[in-house]
Design a protein. Structure first.
Length: 168
């Protein structure tokens, strides 16, 4: 899987509502891009354009290095109860319930109830945006889910790795 992933950049713009253009960092190559960190935005006002992103791109590129380091660190975190951890993390990150429960169920079937790493769980959570995309979820909601999902990299996974079951 890691050999398939490569960095990507997504530009999003809107002439209504927020009136800003956003750029975000992604890892592409899987079923659905993995969102890295938060979007960096530039207002449409005052004749700003794509060139105005140049000042902000250093922040974006720094996110790639930070993300990869955090993703690698997840491989070092062993979880005794990965399904419970995934359920708690999804709940903590306010993942849409129906998609999260489906992804948790898929992970539980694939994992078979054995120990796993936080990396395994994080990658299993990537099914959630894919499920939502297949259900034609609006782009605004997808962005929120993706940004919330990226927050999982900074969690203390051991706090969610408890034997006691949890309902979503």
């Amino acid at each position: 899987m890691a050999a398939k992933l490569m960095p990507g950049i997504r530009f999003i713009t809107s002439d209504t509502g927020i009136a800003s253009a956003k750029v975000s960092a992604l890892l592409v190559g899987g079923q659905y891009p993995i969102h890295i960190g938060s979007c960096i935005s530039v207002d449409h006002r005052h004749k700003k354009g794509v060139a105005d992103f140049a000042d902000k791109l250093n922040q974006l590129f720094a996110q790639f290095g930070d993300f990869v380091a955090k993703l690698q660190k997840l491989m070092e975190i062993s979880l005794d109860y990965p399904v419970n951890a995934m359920t708690r993390v999804c709940k903590k990150l306010s993942m849409p319930k129906k998609a999260a429960v489906e992804a948790i169920s898929m992970f539980e079937m694939a994992n078979g109830g054995i120990a796993a790493t936080a990396h395994d769980v994080f990658m299993a959570m990537q099914e959630i945006p894919y499920i939502l995309k297949t259900q034609n979820t609006p782009q605004a909601k997808m962005l929120t889910v993706e940004e919330n999902m990226a927050r999982a990299l900074s969690l203390r996974w051991s706090e969610y790795d408890l034997a006691k079951g949890v309902d979503y």
